[in-house]
Ligand binder design. Structure first.
Ligand SMILES: [Zn+2]
Ligand SMILES: [Zn+2]
Length: 354
């Protein structure tokens, strides 16, 4: 008997049929499909593939031969750099890194979004931001710290998502008016039903477990119009993190964002009602396609107390994100000063009252 291996439409891992619930369940990304859904998805993927031009097979040899990998023994980060760019410290924990050899071809990105913001401009943005934050520790952006600002290509899985969304709701319109000495209230109720196929393009999620996911979401958006097929020259002078979370590990994040975005879209279509209460919502990611690409981020960490603070500047748009470490000494000094001013005011008031 011939056995057919089915692939998960969301993460491409092998998917198994479970007799217990009569569904195809993916152990890797947690997706679950009925047989009917699997058939429909297969048909739609086939139709999409027929419309896509054949892609030239990329050679990995240049990438393998010219890309070094550096390992950080302290935090485990793995940093890729071209052979002319020596990495000496870890972009994340600032400890020394050791050359660990060449990188294997599977880590060759398909696309890269080249840096638009140079180092000098990035430091300028950091400095402007520092001026707006009063209680930063003294050495926060001294010369030594500035050297730790790294132009880092972060590995991203940029994903197109196909979502089926069904939603039932009770819509209400309420009208009140007065006639004579009576006040009337009219409530109209509507059964609202929505069925939508939502296509979301270019949802990004980073595949670097070191870097805070919220931070990476906060520096979005990136404009993918400027994306180029990967070539070694873009790596020159920059570092790149080697991904340690593959697409199936990262899929739950994409799924959450896709479901949230589809939910909002469907709700936004329920206008004309003064109130809406959703009685049933069934939103499901049906299939995904993704590209592995490097996106440009100026990155800096700062260790204060036991905590590592992360800062990121979008290397394309200069959007800046980070939470400032508050110097306890400086906050205390400021509070004392405020206290002093308050005491003086009381004193002055006291004098006037007398
Ligand atoms: Zn899966
Ligand atoms: Zn490290």
């Amino acid at each position: 008997m011939e056995s057919v291996a089915f692939k998960c439409p969301n993460c491409n891992a092998d998917i198994k049929f479970s007799a217990a619930d009569q569904k195809f369940n993916c152990e890797y990304c947690g997706s679950s499909f009925t047989e009917q859904e699997m058939k429909e998805i297969a048909a739609s993927i086939e139709a999409q593939a027929a419309n896509r031009p054949e892609e030239a097979v990329q050679t990995d040899s240049e990438f393998e031969e010219q890309t070094n990998i550096y390992h950080c023994d302290s935090c485990g980060a793995e940093i890729m750099a071209d052979e002319n760019t020596a990495a000496t410290f870890c972009y994340y924990c600032h400890n020394p890194v050791v050359l660990a050899g060449r990188v294997s071809g599977e880590f060759r990105p398909k696309y890269v979004l080249p840096f638009q913001i140079d180092r000098k401009t990035a430091i300028g943005h950091f400095q402007d931001w520092c001026k707006k934050h009063w209680f930063l520790p003294k050495d926060f952006l001294n010369a030594g710290q500035q050297e730790k600002i790294v132009g880092l290509y972060v590995p991203f899985w940029v994903t197109d998502v196909n979502v089926n969304a069904e939603m039932d709701a009770l819509g209400k319109n309420v009208r009140t008016w007065t006639s004579g000495s009576y006040q009337y209230t009219e409530t109209k109720e509507f059964a609202v039903a929505r069925k939508a196929n939502v296509v979301l393009k270019g949802l990004p999620a980073d595949g670097a477990s070191h870097i805070d996911d919220d931070l990476m979401e906060a520096v979005e958006p990136f404009d993918y119009q400027a994306v180029k097929p990967f070539a070694m020259q873009y790596l020159s002078g920059f570092m790149a993190e080697k991904y340690d979370q593959d697409f199936s590990a990262m899929f739950p994040r994409i799924q959450k964002r896709a479901v949230q975005a589809s939910d909002q879209l469907v709700r936004a279509s329920m206008t004309h009602y003064s109130s809406i209460s959703v009685t049933r919502s069934d939103i499901k990611v049906m299939n995904t396609t993704w590209d592995y690409m490097l996106l440009p981020v100026w990155f800096m960490t700062y260790k204060y107390g036991d905590k590592i603070y992360e800062f990121a500047l979008n290397g394309q748009t200069a959007k800046f994100v980070g939470t400032p470490p508050l110097s306890k000494g400086r906050v205390a000094a400021f509070c004392t000063a405020i206290g002093l001013i308050a005491a003086l005011i009381t004193l002055v008031v006291g004098v006037i009252v007398k």
